[in-house]
Design a protein around this ligand. Sequence first.
Ligand code: ADP
Ligand code: ZN
Length: 634
Amino acid sequence: MEPNRDNNKNKPQKPEGNKPKGYLTPLMIALVLVLVFSWVMNTVKKSQYTETRWDQFVEAKDSNQLAEVEIQSDRVLYMTKEEAEKEPSQQKACFTGLPSGDRMALADELAAMGVEVKQPIVEDNSMIMMILSYAIMIGAMYLLMTMLTRRMGGDGMMGGFGKSKAKVYMEKQTGVTFKDVAGQDEAKESLQEIIDFLHNPQKYTAIGAKLPKGALLVGSPGTGKTLLAKAVAGEADVPFFSISGSDFVEMFVGMGASRVRDLFQQAAKVAPCIIFIDEIDAVGRSRDTRYGGNSEQEQTLNQLLAEIDGFDSTKGIVCLAATNRPEILDKALLRPGRFDRRIVVDNPNFQGRLDTLKVHTRKIKLSEDVDLKKIAHATAGCVGADLANLVNEAALRAVRMGRKFVNQEDLMASIDTVVAGAEKKNTVLTETEKRLVAYHEVGHALVSTLEKKSMPVSKITIVPHTEGALGYTMYLPEEEKYLSTKDELLSQVRGILGGRAAEQVVFNVQTNGASNDIQKATALARHMVSLYGMSDELGLMATASVHSQYLDGQAHQDCSQETAFKVDMAVQKILNQCYEDAKGILMNNRALLDEISEFLLVKETITGDELMAFVNADKNKLPAPESEQEAAEE
Ligand code: ADP
Ligand code: ZN
């Protein structure tokens, strides 16, 4: 059940189309540089002198054959008179090593002979070569760096290396108001003060009140944190800067910090405004090593802290940040004067879901049979983003079907898409597999239905879905529930194990199709033992603690090895007992199980009402099993 939430995030995206070109330009430049280099090398080579022996030079000198001489630190360049008379292009100059090193004596001697002697300024062209090769190396390095930064997604342009162009998105007007955010009344109320402050900071400063600098929006993904932040900007009618925490974390140390600086500088120019940092846990994770930080992230975080402390809140900059893992944030971020306010954005309850559906169907043409309440009932556990997705799917389906209005059927079908992935047309089950799946699902449904305390079933299907489920049973909570008793939890475990129990009772087989059920049942039983204090063995002792309350709610074991062993035993006891109970229920109602399963095999999908019809008919047919047994005992 992981619906695609990214579909309806309408954040601006960075255009990515011209990436390949980005590689070409530095490559071309590097190529040109290499060509230039080899040309220079060639020219230098051509103009080079032919080497001769020292005695050849002495001979030429003694026979007065020298036309010009250039004395360098370690060698002598010279041209004979014979050569000097030729065309300049044909001339051949020579050089020879200078053995004694006594340049002045040689120069004086040659001058006395009337030879033209030159003392060069640049002694050697190997120097030029050296400088040249250094320049080229630096150039190549530079190009490499530019290419790397581009690959890492940085925007460092040629000539602007190190100067980050942060991916900051500024919206002058978000166009979103609180009306667009359904439910979340408490969050809205807390944010109201910030809006008021952005409107009228003087009111607060006059009294001497310190102005709020930041607030942390905490909640599961897709609950509307970004939407709320935008709505605050919209309500206050101020510009909205948004950046994601992961954008700060860069390949190069120092880059993130410079982005933070950039962001606050830009914001200061247009204050009052809202700065929204999504996924702040990417930069704000605790600097202690338990959660694995690194120096780049630490630097960025330090810069962020410095900027938050530094800005003048009387100008009206408010920093909102969102996270679903507040527990890993660095304590320094949460200190007074920073993100000291925590605003919880909860998963919507029934009313919240209904309101969200209403918001998202505002611009959609609905036919008269649409009952949003039913949809809201059936989507317990879905967050705002799921519901937005659902409405859109329904609209798309209506278009596909060639209708001008969205009807209830479209919406119901979209629940399937959102909850369990789109219907998979091409998974073909063999007849035996289909029977197994049908009995498995009816096993779930029947155990749950026959248990008085369990939720009624809304739908059973054996149509395979893309996300891997070969069939599923959907439950329909009658009312929003916050508390569960031990009995209710046990009967839930029995319901979850009912699928495997049916396989065992009817076919005497065990399939891998139940693996998800077994995980769920185990997790529930483990919670009962280690968190809720519901086992006889361990009593009230909690043996685990929940860390990521807003993410997956995973519990981490928190006890000694011996206790952990006892926990495992207690969990196993619960599971075994519930499994036996489930098998018992199914064996006692075998006729009903067969009847419903055969019906499901034919229809592939049955509703909760149809299931109840079977169950009620069965009740009327036979006397209740308990009274039967009592009669027997008597
Ligand atoms: P988050 O930032 O919490 O991950 P978003 O704010 O990006 O979630 O929500 C994604 C989309 O889901 C929004 O653009 C909106 O269409 C829808 N949505 C989420 N919560 C609500 C809500 N309370 N009311 C209306 N729409 C919502
Ligand atoms: Zn199952």
